[in-house]
Design a protein around this ligand. Sequence first.
Ligand code: FE
Length: 349
Amino acid sequence: MIRTFGAVTLATLWLAACSPAADDASAPAGGQGGELNLYTSRHYDADLALYEAFTAETGIKVNRIEGNPDQLIARMQAEGPGSPADVFLAADAGALWRAQNAGLFQPVTSPTLDAAIPANLRQPDGQWYGFSRRARVVAYDPAKVQPAEIDTYEELASPRFRGKLCVRSSDNVYNLSLMGALIEAWGEAKAKGWAEGVAANLARPPEGGDRDQIRAVNAGVCEIALTNSYYYIRMASGDDAADKAVTDKVKLAFPSLEGQGAHVNVSGGGVAANAPNRDNAVRFLEFLASPKAQDMVARMNNEFPANPAVPAPAPVDAYADFQAHPMSVAAFGPHQAAAQSMMSAAGWR
Ligand code: FE
């Protein structure tokens, strides 16, 4: 598709080069350069180094527009066909699905992307691609909980953990995607019962982010907590002595869904429907899938590489040897509305 529309893309780039916005983009010699308008809802400081590496490699200047996913989606909708957005990035497949559902992506055909990113980690039509993996798993107090008690997602809802579970609010997209995956695997009736069990097990009304749940396990507020893997790994391997002390005590377990492994979500992105710099956008996605970028994201943000050819670097290598559920990350989004309503109905705020 990139080649088919080559002439159109060149014309678009030429127009973009003549626009006032591009006047200050100093393209280096060598026929490279131009710019890329990146709408990103990833909230990780480490991403700046990633964008700098892309600019160093390609000469393409990255203009960043940051916000939460719903803000950026609303902005792109308001901008309409004249939107300067080239790429939309989000830290969850559910947020990517929302943008897709709003018609904000265009499909991309790239042999490079298809070779680097496994089929279950990208949207089947090429509308968006996952670039890093994160498991939604369980932090637990090993003095109170046996690993065998939390090796399935069902057990989080069991009476064994009445009043002993910490988890953030149900409108958080990480929880919505997990719930969507459970609906996909189990059907709505069983998933609804699970949400009710989780709500009954809450040690306190949901508050804070994933790291706050891990800290609450350490503080004795709860015995188990749901968290994304990279938050735990960052606490365990970062510079913060207090967080390090927490993870010296609190352990991480990877529950299995239907015996097929832990729920895995992605951070990812796609090319905006009206991208003025379409070629640069595809090049940026291909860069994110490259071994260099994959290694950087894993090292700096402690996510797992999406590209199976890239070995997990330290410190995530110590956690990378888990069984990942093979479910397509594109399966979560269509269940989002059902997920939210059954969590709310269960009293999981
Ligand atoms: Fe996050």
